[in-house]
Design a binder for this molecule. Structure first.
Ligand SMILES: NC(=O)c1ccc[n+]([C@@H]2O[C@H](COP(=O)([O-])OP(=O)(O)OC[C@H]3O[C@@H](n4cnc5c(N)ncnc54)[C@H](OP(=O)(O)O)[C@@H]3O)[C@@H](O)[C@H]2O)c1
Length: 256
């Protein structure tokens, strides 16, 4: 897989949630295009499965970075940055795929722990990791950060709970950050809305849905990480067309 598409050769990209369905697609796509990837996530065995697939397909050996984004100490976050710098020397890209969604229902009924977990992973965790890695990223040529978001952040509909609230906060954080670097030419910050794709997280909300698999997003992740990326800064990228009637149908399914 390495020689087929060397678009990202020499680039170093960290992916959060790299043991998840979309995160694994992002990691394998970047490695397939020649990038050395750092696989960050909560469950080591899932990260190892992504690692094994990359190595089996001839990609550059990835670095494993097991980390619970909801509970990471400042020391653990700094250790990730330190290990990327000492072992790989640079960081060109950061793709935030990790997400937590364990509650669908009315905001009135959300428990403190459910609220906290959603905010801690989807918003605060992404903020703290990004802040820690910014000094490394901005030292690299054409660095890029991508936040994977959800159309529910913009729709702001009932029953999406703290997940949608956290994603809306994540979008605000991403766009403020994009604006802070706008014109500086050192960092591109973009949002990616994948649309419905069949993953573990999606199945929690829509167990009966037949959404397309996540593999179709692979070229988009590579394009976002390229030093000559077609994407500028502060863009909202939504490659998969979302069919509103399908979504409505599914929402009804969940409510009943
Ligand atoms: N699938 C869709 O239709 C869809 C639609 C819109 C947006 N998205 C977004 O796409 C992204 C990828 O999600 P997915 O659909 O691929 O779901 P997924 O397969 O469930 O992946 C989510 C990943 O996040 C990781 N994670 C959860 N809590 C964590 C924590 N505390 N610390 C570190 N990692 C943690 C999970 O790790 P573990 O392996 O340990 O559980 C898992 O690898 C998410 O940002 C999601 O919001 C997906």
């Amino acid at each position: 897989m390495m020689t087929a598409d060397p678009t990202l050769e020499g680039r170093i990209v960290l992916i959060t949630g790299a043991g998840g369905d979309l995160g694994a697609v992002a990691a394998e796509a970047c490695a397939g295009a020649g990038a050395t990837v750092i696989l960050l996530g909560r469950t080591l065995t899932r990260l190892e499965a992504t690692y094994d697939r990359i190595v089996r397909q001839g990609g550059p050996e990835p670095l494993l970075a097991p980390l619970d984004l909801a509970a990471a100490t400042p020391e653990e976050l700094s250790a990730i940055a330190g290990s990327v710098e000492s072992r790989l020397g640079a960081l060109h890209g950061l793709i935030h795929c990790a997400a937590h969604m364990d509650y669908l229902g009315s905001l009135r009924d959300v428990g403190d722990a459910q609220w906290r977990d959603a905010l801690d992973v989807n918003l605060t965790g992404a903020f703290r990791l990004t802040r820690t890695l910014l000094p490394l990223l901005t030292r690299s040529e054409a660095a890029a950060v991508v936040f994977v978001t959800d159309s529910e952040a913009e729709r702001r509909r009932s029953y999406w709970g703290p997940y949608a609230v956290a994603k809306a906060g994540l979008e605000a954080f991403a766009l403020v950050l994009a604006d802070e670097y706008d014109g500086a030419g050192t960092l591109r910050v973009n949002l990616l809305t994948p649309g419905p794709v069949r993953t573990r997280l999606r199945r929690k909300a829509f167990p009966a849905e037949t959404a397309p698999g996540p593999a179709a997003l692979a070229p988009c992740f590579v394009d976002l990480m390229r030093s000559d990326s077609p994407y500028a800064n502060g863009e909202r990228i939504a490659p998969a067309a979302v069919e509103p009637s399908v979504i409505e149908e599914e929402i009804q399914h969940v409510r009943t």
